[in-house]
Design a protein around this ligand. Sequence first.
Ligand code: AHR
Length: 515
Amino acid sequence: MPFSRTFVFCLLLNVAGLVAASTPNKIIVNIDLGTEKISKHIYGHFAEHLGNCIYGGFWVGDNSPIPNTRGIRNDVIAALREIDPPVVRWPGGCFADTYHWKNGIGPRDQRPAIINSTWGGVSEDNSFGTHEFLDLCELIGAEPYICLNVGSGTVQEAAEWVEYVNSDAKSPMTDLRKKNGREQPWNVLFWAVGNESWGCGGNMTPEYYADLFKRFSTYLRAGKLYRIASGGTDPDFHWTEVLLQKTQNYQHLIQGYSFHYYTFCHGWNHKGSATQFDENDWFHTMKNTLFMEKRLERHIALMDEYDPENKISLMADEWGNWFDVEPGTNPAFLYQQNTLRDAVTAALYLNIFNKHARRVKMANIAQTINVLQAMLLTKGDMLIKTPTFYVFKMYKVHQDAILLPIHLTCDDYVFDGMNLPSASASASKDVEGRINLSITNINPNKDVKIKIELRGINRIAKVTGEIITAAAMNEYNDFAKPEKVLCKPFSAFTVDKNLLRVSLPSKSVVTLEME
Ligand code: AHR
């Protein structure tokens, strides 16, 4: 029997109502179900001898008129201390597999200049070497993470570097270190055995690299070491499998496995401008960032298969947005601006790493200063903090906190017939028992009203919040306007017992601290 038009219309309305009612924007935070610690090293950094990351970024030399401590910029030290950097990876990247560490020790005026053949063929005077890097780490309170040269170096050179840095026993290397002014070893824990050995690190096959990894790792012996193997490209699951298979009976030699993922707006050949973009570019940047989780999960699944006891950590030791260089700058220097879009994707990346804290024990954004998705940009004696810096500042509450399981349901952000979940979140409980919840709204056009339920308590006593957002999706800080995008207090929420109702502005990242 045919239905009347009115009946069908009412039915549709009811169905729409039911659907709307069954998909509220809601986050349930299970505050007593957390077991896993979010390693503080997930909030790590990466500094390569590339463009102006080291030279002009960190390092100006002790004769510079720019205020410095033993050659390291004071403004950089102060800014980085604000975000509690837990670890810095150095000297590369691709540069690491060309780096011969002995060129970078001893009196600076006697160090040889070399060519940085990876990044623009520019001269590298080696004034920033092992001692300067380890001094920098001490000044900013970060742990060092050194990447060894496997591609063009030798086992002996790598073993001697570890001995120089870590040994307390008398040897030619420790004598040399003392002669160069450092009595005590630094005891560096984290060592990468090559970088991207599938490409710039030697164009190897996984089978060849796995053998080489074991050979190098065997002779790295001074002190307690965390040896990190190079991963393949992010879609190369075969590399992961071969490496895990071939090291299965040598687990004392491998503690970490590296994973790199970069977001290009539309792909490697169409990275797009860092500042001049439209909503289509915004959407695809979000989409490509969120896709990282799929890649990560497949590598983790393989690790779970070969290392069910979770002894080998996944180290996402390069990640971030990679856009076109700023017009007029050296294409080999990878200098790009940083907008609100970078802040939002940084939050997405960090939420994903937090979520996988069981296996992901370190992540290092590429790179700290003046390169790719930087924290800081410098120009002469000026320095600006990027929107990404402020996300790291807001997220530092998650360092070493207990990850809290969340259940998130939200509307989609729909663009041109494609859709993505509009919200992403991450929650943790710190040692004082405070709950920190970070929420991101990737929709650049619509606020999200979201209900948050804290399961496990009756009443939320106190809430404070911070937000980073801007009127335009491509807003950024520049030397002429250094504070356009930064984190500000946030109070668009109401509290009712253990419920919080939050109005999350479009294109924003919010962190709420609850007691
Ligand atoms: O971060 C820039 C480069 O990207 C690194 O040197 C390399 O490891 C990666 O391909």
